[in-house]
Design a protein around this ligand. Structure first.
Ligand code: SF4
Length: 178
């Protein structure tokens, strides 16, 4: 069993297809208080619920507290995407994932963030390792699902296209229209 932090449906396709191909049970955890505004958050969440239901994986809904997220990245608002604001953002989301895994006695956590071609995998790994550092029984599984050669890429991109596809990463600082 893996507790999979998931940021949205399109980014979850590679990880979920990987789990299905390897016969691994996954619980999907949606914890993304970075997403702004709330309407966008609800759209991404509902798309992921729809996907989780279609593959019969359990879905856990995390708390949405955007003010708390803003506190976590305080002073880093002007940092560019893929800069240190993103590391703090990854840390917050993966720490909550590790905490939940500990509570549920799940030994592995992972994240769909590694599936995004826009994200820095070293930063995500750093945040994941930091998140589990207080939980010696938990491992961070930083699989690069996109590069996994066992997956059928054509099928995956077709599936991705059937989901709502956002035009920005998530926070207000990544949305050029705000
Ligand atoms: S750009 Fe994305 S990863 Fe970076 S802080 Fe904003 S929501 Fe988080």
């Amino acid at each position: 069993m893996i507790l999979l932090h998931a940021c949205c449906a399109p980014c979850s396709v590679s990880a979920i297809e990987w789990a299905l191909a390897h016969n691994i049970r996954v619980t999907i955890f949606f914890f993304n208080p970075n997403i702004y505004p709330r309407e966008e958050y609800e759209i991404r969440k509902n798309e992921l619920i729809r996907y989780a239901k279609s593959v019969d994986f359990p879905f856990i809904n995390g708390r949405y507290d955007h003010k708390l997220w803003l506190t976590a990245i305080n002073g880093l608002e002007k940092q560019p995407e893929n800069g240190i604001r993103c590391i703090e953002c990854f840390k917050m989301r993966l720490y909550e994932t590790a905490k939940l895994a500990n509570l549920k006695k799940i030994k592995k956590i992972s994240t769909t963030l590694t599936s995004s071609k826009w994200k820095n995998i070293e930063q995500i790994t750093e945040a994941g390792e930091w998140a589990i550092s207080n939980y010696p029984s938990i491992k961070f599984f930083g699989e690069n699902y996109v590069e996994n050669k066992l997956l059928k890429h054509k099928q995956i991109s077709l599936k991705k296209k059937s989901f709502y596809n956002q035009s920005y990463c998530g926070c207000e600082f990544s949305n050029k229209k705000l």
